[in-house]
Design a binder for this molecule. Structure first.
Ligand code: SF4
Length: 382
């Protein structure tokens, strides 16, 4: 756990962003914005000997500030933004027509799987970028204007539970701001290395808060870190978009769980919204085959490649024993739901900073500016 970082050529090849970020932070004149994925705050402390699944958003922010990041923002804010766009896209496809079922698009490994293996189903993917990429384009446009800096000066870093997010940041189309939207991606383990190398006593850090405006989030934004979380967040907003009534119970527990495939129908009165939640790509193949045969009868599908969602991503702290791995997933999941319940706002559309950004900058969900900055396109690989 406490081994110093290894500076071998092979390590450097895999961890190029780690050395780039270190170099950048050493320049005292740099202007950087960092975002942290929901799953990082429930796992980072494990690298410092704290109990599995400890919830440490405040200490994580304090560590990032001491490392020298100028603004500490949050991927959770962009998860709320994703729900605004994705929820509106789903409602539009249902009411005005479009490829159904719609697939979530926030897991880059899943998106690449569709591009490689099922290119004929590409139109089913939501055109929304992932929260990481939405945050990146917001940093270099709205974020830069809030601070009165040139977008060229902003160095945009993402801390992710995922190794595939490095690939996503480097997709050639991810330059909606006019620049590379996300310059570097570090995994949770790489952030822990950085903190250890800087000799920061993580356990003794005080709790600090994310910066505003791009660091404020709802409980819906934070549950993106677990399987079923994107679906639950989308239902909290889509239900209210469809019915114009508040949802009776914000905890949509029917989409939570451990089975690789969960099918849930939500009766909104006006519509029976049929949904499917999948974790693990092997579980999605029979469903994709059914869609190709015209046998699928549902509206919306969430797919996450990792077994428990992003809390079990490839960039998360590793356990030596399988029993600890299972315990870690369990504890990270319950900390995620606890964090959701601690939030003042539990629905993405109620986040006041989200309302503000649409009023001052983006206009409306699916509007012209949103399309340019928050949506993307996919390419068949064959
Ligand atoms: Fe990355 Fe796994 Fe999360 Fe997909 S589910 S975004 S591969 S960590």
């Amino acid at each position: 756990r406490n081994m110093p970082i290894v500076k071998e050529p092979l390590f450097a090849a895999y961890h190029g962003d780690f050395f780039k970020v270190k170099k950048r932070l050493a320049d005292k004149k740099q202007f950087s914005m960092v975002q942290c994925a929901p799953a990082v705050r429930v796992s980072l402390a494990e690298e410092f000997g704290m109990p599995l699944g400890s919830l440490v958003p405040g200490k994580m922010v304090a560590a990032l500030k001491r490392l020298g990041f100028t603004r500490v923002y949050d991927t959770n804010f962009a998860a709320d933004l994703t729900i605004m766009e994705e929820g509106s896209e789903l409602v539009k496809r249902i009411t005005e027509g479009g490829s159904l079922p719609m697939f979530t698009s926030c897991c880059p490994a899943w998106v690449k799987f569709v591009e490689n293996e099922y290119p004929e189903l590409i139109d089913h993917l939501s055109s929304c970028k992932s929260p990481q990429q939405m945050a990146g384009s917001m940093f270099k446009t709205y974020g830069a204007s809030v601070d009165g800096v040139d977008a060229r000066e902003v160095y945009s870093v993402a801390i992710m539970p995922c190794t595939c997010k490095k690939f996503e940041a480097n997709r050639p189309e991810m330059k909606s701001s006019g620049y590379q939207d996300v310059d570097a991606v570090l995994t949770t383990r790489e952030l822990a290395y950085l903190i250890k190398e800087a000799a920061i006593d993580f356990n003794a850090l005080p709790e600090e808060s994310f910066d505003k405006p791009l660091g404020m989030y709802s409980g819906a934004g934070t549950i993106f870190g677990v399987t079923g979380g994107v679906m639950e967040a989308a239902i909290r907003t889509a239900y209210e978009l469809i019915t114009k009534e508040p949802i009776e119970n914000v905890n949509v527990t029917s989409v939570r769980g451990e089975q690789g495939v969960r099918k849930v129908t939500l009766d909104t009165g006006a519509l029976k919204l049929k949904t499917v939640v999948v974790s693990g790509l092997k579980n999605v193949i029979p469903i994709l085959e059914d869609i190709q045969r015209g046998k699928a009868d549902f509206h919306f599908m969430e797919v996450m490649t990792c077994p428990a969602g992003c809390i079990s991503g490839g960039g998360q702290p590793k356990m030596l024993l399988p029993v600890d791995g299972r315990k870690a997933y369990e504890n990270r999941k319950s900390s995620t739901y606890q964090h959701d319940e601690e939030q003042r706002y539990r629905k993405s559309h109620e986040n006041p900073e989200i309302q503000d950004i649409y009023q001052k900058f983006l206009g409306e969900p699916l509007g012209h500016k949103s399309h340019k900055l928050l949506h993307t396109h996919y390419k068949p690989s064959r």
